[in-house]
Write a protein that binds this ligand. Structure first.
Ligand SMILES: NC(=O)C1=CN([C@@H]2O[C@H](COP(=O)(O)OP(=O)(O)OC[C@H]3O[C@@H](n4cnc5c(N)ncnc54)[C@H](O)[C@@H]3O)[C@@H](O)[C@H]2O)C=CC1
Ligand SMILES: NCC(=O)COP(=O)(O)O
Length: 352
């Protein structure tokens, strides 16, 4: 009887097919994006988990390889590239050819902002078509994006528009803490008017649904107050009584394990001691200050509520470090690992 031979080639190809294709956007060419991408992709473990495809600029990535002195080569590919991936190769879909003066380190440019915009749009398209299973984004500079005429405060809002999604939720996640935001890129003066019952409720719902799908089967959510001491019985504001508590009650009536409103000054202590799976915060800095205190290096930004999977670094373009090779690539790596793990579970079905 002939023994079935172990088919190295076939099994390798099979393994490749199982590894999800992740579209990796290069971000702002004048920032640390290109450097942290090549550093992250130099990790063989990452390439065992997924097939990263960088959407970006060859000149910017060659410069990043020179700075980081990594033994990687760049291969420009069409569409999504070959199924079989060689170790030590960064696969690039070249979407721009920027001149050096359009990617001066530490200096935002309209050309750089437009390039970053194009990488994001293409990645979203690849995800929507099913060609990529997720996207992981390097940081953009919002000033450059807006200078280029793309009037979005960040990826989150742009992706909501590109995918036709009404409400999305920004989550930042680390091993010890996860936070989600009711309002995202808003002037602090605008926040109270934007903290509506509907918005708080929808943020709780989206957080609960995404956590249950990807991270923990029965999420326990803490919902923060907006004002100090939960408004102190109306002495310092009444959003807790009129808006946040009714939203929590409605969420609980739907079977969601959400509690609050809870005072933000003490709650994080209990959240990191394991009391909650996520903290629903009313505004950007309320959630991101504790998150970055604990997870500056390895935090991941995940956009919840989209019909596609999107993860990102938790930091910005770090113009002060761009071109030095000193920026930590840990958050980029964590974003790629999380994208691969989420992709293995599949994007959430579109909401009916
Ligand atoms: N996901 C994204 O695309 C994000 C983009 N941004 C944008 O980035 C730009 C700059 O924002 P900033 O507020 O200055 O924040 P930033 O995160 O770029 O920098 C703040 C400080 O953290 C340091 N830092 C950042 N990343 C680091 C890394 N990987 N390793 C070591 N140190 C690091 C910087 O050197 C700087 O001292 C803005 O346009 C902002 O909107 C900010 C956050 C996220
Ligand atoms: N502070 C987080 C942040 O600004 C990231 O925004 P986005 O580009 O992911 O929307």
């Amino acid at each position: 009887m002939t023994q079935a031979k172990p088919s190295g080639k076939n099994s390798f190809r099979g393994a490749d097919m199982e590894r999800p294709l992740i579209a990796v956007t290069m971000g702002d060419p004048s920032g640390v994006g290109p450097e942290i991408i090549v550093q992250a992709l130099a990790d063989p473990e990452l390439n065992r988990l997924c097939r990263p495809l960088v959407l970006g600029d060859r000149g910017a990535l060659e410069r990043a390889l020179a700075i980081t002195k990594l033994p990687l080569t760049l291969e420009t590919v069409q569409e999504t590239g070959p199924l079989r991936r060689e170790p030590g190769v960064v696969y690039l879909r070249e979407l721009t050819r920027l001149a050096s003066e359009e990617m001066t380190f530490g200096s935002p440019s309209a050309a750089g902002g437009d390039a970053a915009y194009r990488y994001i749009c293409e990645a979203a398209q690849l995800c929507l078509s099913g060609a990529a299973k997720a996207m992981a984004t390097a940081p953009i500079n919002k000033e450059a994006l807006n200078r280029a005429g793309h009037h979005f405060p960040g990826h989150t809002e742009l992706l909501a528009q590109l995918t036709g999604t009404d409400q999305v939720v920004m989550m930042l996640a680390g091993e010890r803490l996860r936070v989600t935001l009711v309002t995202i890129h808003e002037a602090l003066a605008q926040v109270p008017a934007l903290v509506t019952r509907e918005r708080v409720l929808e943020t709780i719902r989206i957080t609960d649904r995404a956590l249950a799908r990807y991270f923990c089967p029965a999420p326990r959510l803490a919902v923060l107050a907006l004002n100090p001491h939960c408004g102190e019985g109306g002495l310092f504001g009444d959003e807790e009584r009129t808006v946040i508590a009714p939203a929590i009650a409605a969420a609980r009536a739907e079977g969601i394990d959400a509690v609050g409103p809870l005072s933000a000054d003490t709650l994080f202590h209990f959240a990191v001691s394991g009391g909650y799976d996520a903290v629903v915060c009313m505004y950007h800095d309320q959630g991101l200050i504790p998150l970055k205190l604990l997870h500056f290096d390895d935090g991941v930004n995940v956009t919840l509520g989209l019909p596609i999977i999107r993860t990102s670094v938790d930091h910005g373009t770090a113009y002060d470090l761009a071109g030095t090779g000193k920026a930590s690539a840990q958050s980029m790596k964590a974003a790629l690992v999380m994208a691969a793990q989420m992709a293995a579970m599949g994007a959430a079905p579109a909401r009916g």
